[in-house]
Design a binder for this molecule. Sequence first.
Ligand code: F6R
Length: 242
Amino acid sequence: MRLVSANDYQQLSQLAADFILEKVKQAEKLTLGLATGSTPIGTYQLIIEDYQHNKTSYSHVTTFNLDEYVGIKPTDPNSYHYFMEQKLFKHLPITSEQIHIPNGLAVDLEEECRLYESRIKAHEGIDLQLLGIGSNGHIGFNEPGTTVNSRTHIVNLTEETRRSNARFFEALSEVPTQAITMGLGTIMDSKEILLLVSGKSKSKALFDLLEKKPDPSLPASILDSHPNVTIIADQDALQYVK
Ligand code: F6R
């Protein structure tokens, strides 16, 4: 794993946007794995600004998001569909055919998981997967204890994750109890991974990821056995790392 140290969130976002945009500009065909959450918002904003200045083409780009809540409509402001639309897609020349996000309203959720896997395969896998990390070390919605070869699946969200995500909802009781997420095996199949880590609340997870042996209690530690991972972390996240 390569560690890139950023001074602050702004620089982290700039480094991440440059990293992604280089691939977008160089590749003839690119399948990008995307994440939601607070961490990539600055990166997405800079990608939008690049488009506004440079009219970068996205006609060769396909996207697959990591996860989506179960039981929330795509038009619900708390859905990851809505987040991606507002924070990135509506500002780029990208059509709905190019975008994939798990359907948390599917009647048959198990079938939706299988379909999601087969769509990724049909695009010959993910070239670059962008990740954030939870304070408990989760990636996607793969909580501690998730099996390493898991594929896209339905998860019951932990209380910690629900509480942490409750800031976006009116009340904790409104936070969904389930989500669909790419599995750890799905993420590990990506050809390249870019993990963004920002803020003191992530510093313990980042320290464990960098300094301890891989352990299922820290799902992100599986990244240690991936051949092509770049971590961009800011100084707050790096506070325990020497
Ligand atoms: C988002 C996702 C999550 C987040 C993680 C960090 O699609 O899969 O694993 O990356 O919860 O979230 P933030 O960036 O809000 O701290």
